[in-house]
Design a protein around this ligand. Structure first.
Ligand SMILES: Cc1ncc(COP(=O)(O)O)c(C=O)c1O
Length: 449
């Protein structure tokens, strides 16, 4: 296989059967589409190249900067593509939650602009979301920019409609699978592949997977972020289901240890979501078989978006046991149950204001440094949730003698940390219910130093 340019090596990824002894399905053949084997490392190589290449001649002529709202794989691919064409690339993101990604992007030559914001994915329905404002500013900019616009650009899904989908059909001897399962970020890959498969067989069952509410699986939306905007169209999916980060990591470990596929957490989420859906379908097929002639075998395909190596800190935070930390009760959020979090001590904005006056708690703001610098509660300290997570692994970093008030954007992460501090023996750690958003909406004072 010989190429003139590395971008010619994008696509034509393998479709690999998962061993039935691993997945346990009796009537369904399950295949993984290994998008992790694209040259820049992910499913996003296809979209990035298809979006950028149309504008490259013009961008090269006027020295435009390529700009994209991405904190991960799209940014990686675009950074490389920009460098290959003598252009610069700027990744705008509300938050780089995976330190390795940030370092890799810098190594690839990207400029990074971090903005505050609550969500991992762009929310164009929220006019206050700084990413949304930036999106508008980019659209209005008169300076030379090549804005690839992955959330809206039809060339994103077209890359999969023309590439990924037809490749799957070709590798299944000209037949579309019965089931297609994919995680949903911009929705480009699931929309494009679903369209191509349904052109062959309108009844292909498409399962879209998102992260559970306020959980974080790199690259994909949470249940709360499934907005009907951009390329996302709910009609694409017969089922839209959630996976949590624990399940994603479990799925990932099975792919790695049992199947030899060095998948990242999102590939693990797709495997977990696929199996959960297909087990029910498999059971129905078994019933039909008991009642009549043998049911025809079915075929299912899921996408493995990227590789594991870039997510070691993500894994360490959630499953330190997988990385050799075998302490029996690691002080991590992963060890908390929903009931622990629901029972976490919390104060409303009004209660917090009185409490701050009377008891002078240490106020810990868990948001990004950018958001903290913009506005925060007077006297608070900024320890981002990732850093607090690291600190807590070594033990309680706060004196037990002083109460602690934890604040995050909407009160969900702070509730988890209040539960964890309490479990670790802090006598009075409370979460600010509704977070900084509720504080601001109540008209309570915020300051900038
Ligand atoms: C790791 C990972 N998985 C899945 C996706 C989702 O792909 P799409 O944007 O095509 O929905 C992304 C998107 O960035 C990603 O980074």
């Amino acid at each position: 296989m010989r190429y003139d340019r590395i971008t010619d090596a994008i696509g034509n990824t393998p479709l690999v059967r998962i061993d039935p002894a691993v997945h346990g399905l009796r009537h369904i053949d399950l295949f993984a589409k290994l998008e992790m084997l694209n040259p820049f490392g992910s499913v996003k190589d296809r979209a990035a190249w298809n979006m950028a290449r149309a504008g490259l001649p013009g961008a090269e002529a006027d020295g435009s900067q390529i700009v994209e709202l991405s904190s991960g794989n799209t940014a990686k691919a675009l950074a490389v593509i920009a460098g290959m064409h003598g252009l610069t690339f700027k990744s705008v993101t509300n938050r780089m939650r995976i330190p390795e990604t940030k370092e890799l992007l810098l190594l690839l030559g990207a400029e990074i602009e971090e903005l505050p914001g609550q969500s991992e994915c762009l929310d164009p329905t929220d006019t206050e979301d700084p990413l949304t404002l930036f999106h508008q500013a980019l659209a209005d900019s008169e300076t030379p920019l090549l804005h690839t616009d992955q959330y809206f650009n039809p060339r994103n899904s077209a890359a999969h409609f023309e590439g990924t989908g037809p490749e799957i059909v070709a590798d299944l001897d000209g037949r579309a699978p019965d089931y297609f399962i994919a995680c949903v970020g911009t929705a480009g890959s699931s929309t494009g592949v679903a369209g191509a498969l349904r052109a062959h067989r309108p009844d292909v069952e498409v399962v879209g997977l998102v992260a559970a509410k306020s959980d974080f699986i790199p690259g994909i939306r949470t249940r709360d972020e499934v907005h009907e905007v951009g390329l996302f169209d709910p009609d694409t999916y017969d089922t839209l289901a959630t996976v949590d980060s624990g399940q994603a990591i479990e799925g990932m470990v099975t792919l790695i240890r049992r199947c030899g596929l060095l998948a990242g957490p999102t590939g693990g989420a797709a495997y977990h979501g696929a199996l959960r859906h297909l087990r029910e379908a498999d059971a129905r097929l078994a019933e039909q078989r008991d009642d009549g002639p043998p049911a025809e075998r079915r075929t299912a395909v899921f996408i493995v978006c990227d590789r594991v190596e870039g997510y070691l800190s993500y894994i360490r935070q959630r499953r330190p046991d997988l990385l050799g930390d075998t302490a029996r009760t690691p002080n991590t959020l992963a060890g908390l149950s929903d009931a622990d979090v629901a029972a976490a001590p919390a104060v409303t904005v009004d209660e917090a204001r009185t409490w701050i006056e009377g008891a002078d708690p240490l106020i810990v703001d868990l948001r990004s440094t950018y958001a903290y610098n913009a506005l925060h509660l007077a006297g608070s300290v900024n320890i981002t949730d990732e850093i607090l997570g690291e600190l807590l692994r070594a033990g309680l970093p706060f004196a037990r003698s002083r109460p602690v008030l934890l604040a995050c954007p909407v009160g969900e992460q702070s509730a988890r940390y209040a539960a964890l501090l309490t479990r670790m023996g802090h006598p009075d750690a409370r979460s600010l219910t509704g977070g900084i958003v509720a504080w601001r909406d109540a008209g309570a004072p915020l300051t900038r130093d």
